[in-house]
Design a protein around this ligand. Sequence first.
Ligand code: SD4
Length: 320
Amino acid sequence: MISRRKLLASAAATAVLSRLNITKSFAAQPKPQVPLIISTWNNRGANEAGWAILNKKGRALDAVEAAARVPEADPKDTSVGYGGLPDRDGHVTLDACIMDEKGRAGSVTFMENIMHAISVARAVMEKTPHVMLAGEGAYQFALANGFKKENLLTENAKKAWEDWKKESKYKPVINIERHDTIGVLAIDAKNDLSGACTTSGLAFKMRGRVGDSPILGAGLYIDNEIGGACATGLGETVMRAVSSFLVVELMRQGKTPQQACEEAIRRLVKKTPEYKDLQVGILAVNRAGEHGAYSIHKGFNYTLSLGNETKVHEADHFIK
Ligand code: SD4
């Protein structure tokens, strides 16, 4: 029997969540339906941009690109694009990838001075015989394809870097409560899937460091026959566990998106002795429009839009 104290605590928690307009994902999931768009963290504006496309029977690929461009242009978002925190030498370097319903993919990594890394990734997919371009090559490709050179280091990000330099702790500090990197998955009215992931990576990372976000199978994976998955958090662990590909394969074996996310986090935790000091969150959808979300620590949330409603949900987590 549930004790009165537990009942009151849970009622209080639900009241707080509902004031914040956040629902618990692990309490009754909404009925599966398409189209839908789902993204990591509280990314309402991004989802709304994607939803506007899906709602007019647009393509999932266009929806995920439009969604990813929103935080990329937002100077207040310190983990993505313009306003992203720089590496320890003061350079904002971007990672992004995109994957469509045909299994085609494009990616850029360690790219500087171009705001919309996701659109460059899409151009790599659509205009080159390659999947990934890095650094100067990605930058030159972007310029040649009409993207503008921009300074992505805002005054606020510069100040945060200057403050960080006073101590220059070598190890990047992982905020286990909140990141803003966007991984986004969409299913359109034709039941086709696409996904995108874009980030400026870990704040004050080593120059040249690349995380999971532009790596297919790690930060993002789509298989139109099965579903899609994306990850956020400490990229080093996600790369070692190839988490997004794993989630899709687990769904192929019959797991629901929620079961697949939970299993992928359990496997990642097993391989990561220091898992208590870091956060990873994973999202998944299957073709039926069911979704799943799971993280190591409490505090991972995600934004789901379907049936003209956009809501932020709190994900279930491994450490209780
Ligand atoms: C990275 N996974 O570069 C990214 C960081 C992230 O929210 O997700 N931040 O490791």
